[in-house]
Design a protein around this ligand. Structure first.
Ligand code: NAI
Ligand code: MG
Length: 353
C-alpha cells in the first residue's frame, strides 16, 4: 500500500466547485484498487485569502508545500482582485518556479461523446511537452527612453541544460506511446535560439534510434493541429510555442472544461502540480454547472505520475463512458450539473471496480 500526501488548493470560483467531486473520485479509486491511498491537506489560498491577508499565500507557504508528494489545484483568479496577474503570479507562477516544475504537459485526445469543432472523423491523441522554466518567458531585458524614442528589449533564454532536458523527456514519453516526436521550431525566422533548438534536437534524436522524428515550423504546426491532429503523438516545444499549441489542443477537443495539465518537477526535490487548463470561470460560478472532467482528467495525470497508470486509464475510460451516455454539463451541450456528472462517474467506477 502506498500513501500519497497531497496538498489541495481548490482556489477560486469553479475551482471550489470541481475539487470536492475530484477528491471523492480519487478516494473511490483508492477503495477499488487497495494499493493506493491519499491523504489530503487543504489550503485556503485564493483571492478571498488575498483580500483578507494582502497576499495570495503566507510567507512560508511554498515551504509548507514542499513536503507533499503532489499539489492538486483547481483554479485561481477572480475579478475582485485586480490586476489579474496579482493572483496568478502570486500563487501559480510562484509555485511553478519555486518548486522547479520545469516541464508542462498537456494531452489532447478526441474523447468519445464529445463533439470536436473539427470536421474530421478521425481520432487524435497527442501530448505537448512544453519547456516551463525559461525560453521566451524570461525577465531578461528592459526598456529605455520615453515617448517616440522608447525601446523595449525582451531576451529569450535557451540553455543547453533545459533544452536537452525537455527533449529527453519528450523522447522518453514517446517510447511509452507511439514512438513519434515532433519538434516545434521557427528556425527560418528566429536567428539564434531556434537553430540552436534544432541542433539540440538532432543530437538528442541520435540517443533514441527507435523514435521517428520530424521538425515543423510553429506556424505550419499550428495549422496542422487543425487540419491533421491525428498525425501527432508527442510534440516538444519551447515555453511560448508550447503555450500557444496547448490552447489549440484544448480547443480542438471541444471544451476548455475538459482539458488537463501537469507541471512536472524532475529533480525530486519538490512536488509536481496538477491543475486543469481552465480558470475560475466567474461567468458560471455558483450555478453548479461547471464541467468537472478537466479536474478529473488532471487527477488521472497525477495517478500516472505516481506510477498508477492502469488506474489512471481506468478513470479516463470511465469518464468517456459517462460522456458517451450523454451525461454532460452545458459547455458540452448537455443538461447535467457538476454533481450529476460526478455521481455518474462514481457509480460506474464502483460497478466496474
Ligand atoms: P476561464 O477558463 O475561467 O473561462 C473561459 C470560458 O470557459 C468561460 O466562458 C467559462 O465559463 C468556460 N469554462 C471554463 N472552465 C469551464 C468548466 N470547467 N466548465 C464549463 N465551462 C468552463 O478563463 P477566463 O474567463 O479568461 O479567466 C477567469 C479567471 O481565471 C481569470 O482571473 C483568469 O486569470 C483565471 N485563470 C486561471 C487559470 C488557472 O488557475 N490555471 C487559467 C486561466 C485563467
Ligand atoms: Mg495559455
Amino acid at each position: 500500500m502506498r500513501q500519497f500526501d497531497i496538498a489541495v488548493i481548490p482556489g477560486d470560483g469553479i475551482g471550489k466547485e470541481v475539487m470536492p467531486g475530484a477528491l471523492k473520485v480519487l478516494d473511490t479509486l483508492s477503495e477499488i484498487d487497495g494499493g493506493i491511498k491519499f491523504q489530503y491537506k487543504e489550503f485556503p489560498w485564493s483571492c478571498d485569502y488575498y483580500l483578507e491577508h494582502g497576499k495570495m499565500l503566507p510567507d512560508d507557504g511554498i515551504d509548507q508545500l514542499k513536503s507533499f508528494e503532489a499539489i492538486f489545484l483547481g483554479a485561481i483568479g477572480l475579478p475582485k482582485v485586480v490586476p489579474d496577474h496579482v493572483a496568478l503570479w502570486g500563487l501559480l507562477i510562484n509555485i511553478r518556479r519555486e518548486c522547479e516544475q520545469v516541464i508542462n504537459l498537456r494531452p489532447a485526445k478526441k474523447l468519445k461523446g464529445v463533439a470536436s469543432p473539427l470536421a474530421t472523423e478521425e481520432d487524435f491523441n497527442f501530448i505537448v511537452v512544453r519547456e516551463n522554466s525559461e525560453g521566451e518567458y524570461s525577465q531578461v531585458g528592459g526598456t529605455i527612453h520615453k515617448g517616440e524614442e522608447q525601446i523595449a528589449i525582451q531576451s529569450a533564454v535557451f540553455t543547453k541544460k533545459a533544452t536537452e532536458r525537455v527533449m529527453r523527456y519528450a523522447f522518453e514519453l514517446a517510447k511509452k506511446r507511439r514512438n513519434h516526436v515532433t519538434s516545434a521550431t521557427k528556425s527560418n525566422g528566429i536567428y539564434h535560439s531556434m537553430p540552436f533548438w534544432n541542433d539540440t534536437f538532432e543530437d538528442i534524436t541520435k540517443e533514441y534510434p527507435g523514435i521517428r522524428t520530424e521538425s515543423n515550423h510553429i506556424d505550419a504546426l499550428s495549422a496542422y493541429f487543425i487540419t491533421k491532429p491525428q498525425h501527432f503523438d508527442v510534440i516538444v516545444a519551447s515555453n511560448l510555442f508550447g503555450d500557444i499549441l496547448t490552447d489549440i489542443g484544448a480547443a480542438v477537443m471541444g471544451s476548455i472544461g475538459i482539458a488537463p495539465a501537469a507541471n512536472i518537477n524532475l529533480n525530486g526535490k519538490y512536488p509536481s502540480m496538477f491543475e486543469p487548463v481552465h480558470g475560475s470561470a466567474p461567468d458560471i460560478m455558483g450555478k453548479g454547472i461547471a464541467n468537472p472532467i478537466g479536474q478529473l482528467w488532471t487527477a488521472k495525470m497525477m495517478l500516472d505520475n505516481f506510477g498508477f497508470n492502469e488506474l489512471g486509464t481506468f478513470l479516463l475510460d470511465t469518464i468517456e463512458g459517462v460522456l458517451e451516455s450523454g451525461i454532460k454539463t452545458p459547455d458540452l451541450g448537455g443538461k447535467r450539473s457538476t454533481n450529476e456528472v460526478i455521481e455518474e462517474v462514481l457509480l460506474r467506477l464502483k460497478r466496474k471496480g
